[in-house]
Design a protein around this ligand. Structure first.
Ligand SMILES: Nc1ncnc2c1ncn2[C@@H]1O[C@H](COP(=O)(O)OP(=O)(O)OP(=O)(O)O)[C@@H](O)[C@H]1O
Length: 700
């Protein structure tokens, strides 16, 4: 069978179930109303057209690289448009440009029309499924989708209705059988890659977005899973959605499901149109698809410069001459093939048809699409995130449980090492060492939860970019959910060591010790949260967090007394910035004040605890232990605020001057580079002639 003859068969797979259709009609993002019922007659589809998109990126040295060369195209409701091309051809860049997610070092010129309005999409207007499935591993599929529904559907929607939407989404994505299976993490075997990808898509279609972008939805999947995921996308498109997906190397079955193909190479448009047209276009341009070759493989092989190296190796090994190759692609270099195809497309009827369609779509007025992000209130988001995070912390062994076990072992160790410490002279330094270890090393160990925290941040980043909730809701959720665990750690650890060592007697002293430990561990957690937002790589983050704490520990007052610290840098400001100094001084005061130390030897004086505090450990007596505790709590707030500001700052700051320079350089590049101008002629936007002019075939 000639596999290249395979047509876009548009496999008939039904659209939405009547139930989900009816339910989704009530979702604001899906319909355009404000939570009300969308009128049946209202056309809420998304028509997207783009014209002459020219994207450049500037690097740190100010050099400008052209990423997209004046690309045009369109995407219509009911269709899947596949952006195809070899690695580095600009697929993700085009997808990001259309979705309004370009990196900050890039500049864009050209026009994007959404429903007849010139508009650059902002976050949340369209759903965007990223390549990596960042999901919470401990939750089941149903829980994951249900939490997402609570985060995004309106508060006033009855719970039964939300549940029905969740169930219909599960059915829609073919996840019924795995609905109660956990997603999976390092200690939990969970879903397959294809199922995870479908969960990621399910989360984005909950609010019934009309426009869906997917970055390589089939990457890393075997061909059966890839087919099933694409078929699911086809179902979504059939329901009137506009689906645009970048795709790397589709199988012939997957390729047949695409309605439109946008083929790129080196940021240039090679072909735009339907799959069948691509076959004709390549044949007319002199590069017909050989029999028994998957068409998409052929197109990608034609425009992939890496094949030049493959070819050179084969030439050397087989000692063949150019004319001995049957496939014309093997006789010319890829750069030449790309140049021929670009030229052929620009002067072909396909380009004219595309231009006419771009013109038509850009003129077709439709509704202004609302954000598909969240319609839930801030309180609902914060409450849902708290519950979700709490569930995850309870189930993830590495988040707190493993740490708690280590804390128990360590505190039994401390207890036996300093068992019933007493009040003789020697106990003074032993008490100080014991408290320093508890306050220093035990809190230091809190960085052990960093990997779990980085996973949380990844999920947060994905959901935030898709407009599901804001930074404040995330901080509240993460803080509140962690409190019971931190309190448990402080109570168990403090309970073991305090009672075995027999530090200052009295329940109030014991509770101060526990509170101090709790605040210190919470401060480390908050510090690590800020570190995670700045250094999201978990190994680098752990090293950074450990380094910061190492410095704070050095200046806490145990390894070097406060008055002996070198004034510049170590004392001011470092010892005041770290929370360890306040924690240690609070613990010292809690223990030493009110105790008398002596060796019960007649004639030897007893030493009051106040003397130890002031003259031995140089504690600032003007600041009470409660003030010290209060300062640690303020630091927790400060770290959380810092995290908030880091996220907000990263989001809002646009590189000012460098961006302006990059833009002017890009314009200059576009105006002055005549070679570029001819190679990437803008497509004409006049209506197509009645008879299509097809480019003459290339004769090698
Ligand atoms: N923000 C950026 N700054 C600098 N260069 C960039 C930027 N974004 C993309 N590029 C470069 O543009 C080219 C195209 O990248 P893009 O990610 O769009 O390719 P792709 O076709 O999606 O590749 P892949 O299939 O490997 O993901 C690459 O060379 C990439 O390094």
């Amino acid at each position: 069978m000639d596999s290249c003859a395979a047509r876009s068969s548009n496999v008939a797979v039904g659209g939405l179930s009547p139930l989900s259709h009816a339910l989704w009609k009530t979702i604001p993002g899906g319909g355009g109303g404000d939570g009300g019922i969308v009128p049946e007659a209202m056309d809420v589809s998304a028509r997207l057209a783009w014209r002459d998109l020219f994207v450049t990126a500037s690097n740190a040295r100010g050099e400008v690289q052209v990423l997209l060369h004046r690309l045009s195209g369109y995407a219509e409701p009911g269709n899947i448009t596949a952006i195809m091309g070899p690695s580095g051809s600009g697929k993700s860049t085009l997808l990001d440009t259309l979705a309004g997610r370009l990196a900050k070092n890039t500049t864009l010129t050209g026009e994007i029309f959404l429903n007849g309005r010139k508009k650059q999409l902002s976050y949340g207007v369209a759903a965007y499924v990223t390549q990596d499935d960042t999901l919470i591993g401990t939750l089941t599929v149903r829980e994951t989708i249900a939490f997402s529904a609570n985060l995004r559907l309106p508060d006033r929607m009855p719970a039964s209705k939300k549940r029905a939407i969740v169930e219909s989404t599960i059915v829609e994505m073919g996840l019924q059988e795995s609905a109660d299976t956990a997603i999976g993490n390092w200690h939990l075997r969970g879903l397959s890659g294809g199922e995870k990808r479908r969960v990621s898509i399910a989360l984005e279609i909950l609010t019934r977005p009309r426009l869906l972008f997917l970055d390589e939805p089939t990457s890393g999947l075997d061909s059966a899973s890839a087919f099933f995921v694409t078929q699911t996308l086809k179902n979504l498109a059939r329901d009137g959605r506009t689906v645009i997906a970048s795709i790397h190397q589709p199988s012939s079955e997957v390729f047949e499901l695409f309605d439109n193909l946008c083929l790129l190479s080196q940021g240039k448009l090679i072909y735009f149109g339907n799959g069948y047209g691509a076959r004709e276009f390549f044949a007319d341009a002199g590069f017909p698809c050989p029999e028994l070759r998957n068409p998409s493989d052929h197109y990608l092989r034609a425009v992939n410069a890496d094949f030049d190296r493959v070819q050179a190796t084969l030439r050397g090994a087989l000692k063949l001459k150019d004319l001995e190759y049957a496939d014309p692609l093997d006789r010319v270099s890829t750069s030449k093939v790309i140049a021929i195809l670009v030229e052929a497309f620009q002067s072909s009827g396909y380009a004219m048809m595309m231009a006419a369609k771009v013109h038509e779509v850009s003129q077709t007025k439709g509704v202004v699409l609302q954000s598909t992000g969240s319609h839930a209130s801030f309180f609902m988001q914060a409450a849902t995130l708290t519950l979700r995070s709490f569930k995850n912390m309870t189930r993830d062994m590495g988040y707190y449980w493993l740490r708690l076990a280590i804390y128990v072992i360590l505190n039994i160790g401390i207890g036996t090492l300093y068992f019933r410490i007493g009040t003789d002279y020697g106990s003074i330094s032993a008490r100080a060492a014991c408290m320093s270890y508890v306050g220093g090393f035990l809190t230091f160990m809190s960085i052990g939860g960093f990997p779990s925290f980085v996973e949380d941040i990844k999920v947060f980043s994905r959901e935030r970019l898709n407009g599901h909730y804001g930074v404040a809701a995330f901080i509240i959720g993460n803080t509140l959910s962690s409190l019971p665990f931190l309190l448990l750690i402080a109570l168990v650890s403090g309970g073991i060591s305090y009672n075995m060592v027999k530090l200052h007697p009295g329940v109030d002293h014991f509770f101060y010790f526990v509170l101090n430990l709790f605040a210190s561990v919470a401060a480390v957690e908050s510090l690590m949260m800020t570190v995670a937002s700045l250094v999201p790589n978990f190994l680098m983050g752990i090293i950074t967090g450990a380094g910061i704490q190492g410095v704070f520990l050095l200046v806490a007052g145990f390894f070097r007394l406060p008055d002996d610290l070198p004034k510049f840098f170590w004392k001011y400001p470092m010892s005041y910035i770290g929370f360890h100094m306040y924690s240690l001084q609070g613990m010292y005061e809690n223990d030493f004040r009110g105790l008398e130390f002596g060796n019960k030897v007649p004639g030897l004086p007893t030493i009051p605890g106040e003397f130890v505090l002031e003259d031995v450990y140089q504690i600032n007596m003007a600041r009470s232990k409660w003030w010290n505790l209060g300062i640690i709590f303020l630091m927790i707030l400060a770290y959380r605020l810092l995290f908030f500001l880091v996220i907000k700052f990263a989001e809002n700051v646009r590189p000012g001057l460098s961006r302006v320079i990059a833009k002017s350089k890009a314009n200059l590049l576009l105006r002055n580079n005549s070679a570029l101008q001819t190679a990437i002629r803008p497509v004409t936007h006049s209506p197509p002639p009645k008879e299509l002019k097809v480019a003459p075939a290339y004769t090698p």
